[in-house]
Write a protein that binds this ligand. Structure first.
Ligand SMILES: [Zn+2]
Length: 480
């Protein structure tokens, strides 16, 4: 039997506000434990929450960017449960009346654009953090609690069950992360916990309407882990189904060391939390003018930018996708094209040499030692024939390492391209005379040797010979 998976994702994004959602404590990461706390975020009796306007504005931006309708009035509720990192014994969240509903996100997956529905975007507060003496809670004798994160503003973005494969889930998440970064409301880093994802997954025989029993996957803290966990879980459910066993609705943890999901607990239902409207907070009423103001201030979003890049710069879809993956990278690329208006050449260098070098150094585009001005300067030297494309790679490495400009590197290292026909002819002659056997073999049909001769000439000239001239002169001398 053929199966298909039904996947819905619940994504939590930490908002980049300076202060917490219901008090003025700092959200800054890495402070001394419990140094960013007050009676409100530690839930002391008699303290009262007050809404952070910036957090609402950020949530509205995400609601609009995901094509949701922003509710004129939304409500905060108490979600009751006990855990040591939750000092109030409840989390303030939105339940019945969320801030934004009924939107969608377009993703590029497997070369196609797909629309994933967004059920809701709502606001809530983050919980604190437990720090265990040992790595695992099970073996720890002592655990500590740090309330610095308690009350940091979050938005939860709930997708419709529109996702069908693990790869699609990964593409959807990367798109959300990129939208959040474009909006400058979340840094979008899963590895650092500012973006977190739970996945609901079930399977059904292809063609059937009804959903199967689902499991909820937790503890996936990178895009790759989400894909791997879903892949594993889909296979596990298919195996169970084929063996005629019954599925249980439960929460399962992804164990990255063993590359498998393990049962954690029976999945709780919404009614287990005894949600009720928080009596300390008035309904959140949003002015239409405020929403319109936010809508107008939205930046060009990744998908729009990608389409514009393809149209304006005539570069392949793939290039546009890579180059718009972050706003900073897209800005960098456009600055380079202004310096050197050959979009595809620029794209090759940015995506190849530059991103390669930055990646192996674990750096981002904003740390690039090669500025758009430097890159443009080097490409002009290639264009006017001062250096060959091959030498340009050497120049680029030097530029990346030292931050010096290309004309200076070329001058200091004597890298000017040899275009003097006499010099190249002489080298070609020398190489062919030194290898009479190979020349004969080539003439008898071992055409692959041509590359060897080119290589030898380039080696002799320390890569500086104009490759086109080398090719021409070699062909002439070899009589082809
Ligand atoms: Zn506080």
């Amino acid at each position: 039997m053929e199966y298909e998976a039904i996947i819905g994702l619940e994504v939590h994004a930490q908002l980049l506000t300076a202060s917490k959602i219901f008090c003025s404590c700092a959200t800054a990461f890495g402070g001394k434990p419990n140094s960013h706390t007050c009676p409100v975020c530690t839930g002391l009796p008699g303290s009262l929450p007050a809404m952070n306007r910036k957090a609402v504005e950020f949530a509205i931006r995400m609601g609009l960017a995901t094509h949701c309708t922003i509710a004129r009035q939304s409500l905060f509720a108490r979600k009751n449960y006990f855990y040591p990192d939750l000092p109030k014994g409840y989390q303030i969240s939105q339940y019945e009346m969320p801030l934004a509903e009924n939107g969608y996100v377009e993703i590029l997956t497997d070369g196609e654009t797909r629309r994933i529905g967004i059920i809701r975007v709502h606001m809530e507060e983050d919980a604190g953090k437990l720090v265990h003496e040992e790595e695992s809670m099970e073996t720890s004798q002592v655990s500590f609690v740090d309330f610095n994160r308690t009350g940091v503003p979050l938005i939860e973005i709930v997708s419709a069950p529109d996702i069908r494969t693990a790869q699609e889930a990964g593409d959807y998440l990367r798109t959300l992360s990129s939208i959040l970064q474009y909006l400058e409301i979340c840094d979008g880093k899963m590895e650092e916990g500012s973006l977190r994802c739970d996945a609901n997954v079930s399977i059904r025989p292809r063609g059937e309407e009804a959903f199967g029993i689902r499991t909820e996957l937790k503890n996936m803290n990178s895009f790759r882990h989400v894909e791997k966990a879903l892949h594993y879980e889909i296979e596990r459910q298919i195996e169970l189904s084929e063996a005629g066993e019954t599925m249980v609705q439960e929460s399962r943890l992804w164990d990255p060391d063993r590359s498998m999901t393990v049962a954690m607990r029976g999945k709780e239902e919404a009614h287990d939390y005894r949600y009720f409207p928080d009596p300390d907070l008035v309904p959140l009423v949003i002015d239409v003018a405020w929403v319109e103001e936010a809508r107008e201030s939205l930046p060009e979003l990744p998908m729009e930018k990608r389409r514009r890049f393809v149209r304006q710069y005539q570069i392949p879809e793939y290039d546009a996708e890579v180059l718009t993956s972050s706003r900073a990278l897209a800005d960098y690329y456009e600055a380079c094209v202004r310096e050197f208006p050959e979009p595809k050449t620029v794209s090759n260098w940015v995506m190849g040499e530059l991103l390669g070098a930055l990646h192996s150094d674990g750096k981002g585009i904003t740390d690039s030692p090669v500025t758009p001005g430097l890159l443009g300067g080097m490409l002009r030297l290639v264009e006017d024939g001062t250096i060959s494309g091959k030498i340009a790679k050497t120049v680029f490495e030097e530029m990346y390492r030292t931050g010096k400009d290309a004309p200076r590197i070329v001058k200091e290292k004597g890298l000017v391209q040899v275009t003097d026909q006499g010099v190249i002819e002489e080298t070609v002659g020398r190489i062919l005379e030194a290898n009479p056997d190979l020349v004969e073999a080539y003439r008898k049909g071992r055409e692959k040797l041509f590359g060897f001769f080119v290589g030898q000439v380039m080696k002799e000239t320390r890569g500086k010979a104009n490759p086109q001239l080398v090719n021409e002169l070699l062909k002439k001398r070899l009589g082809k």
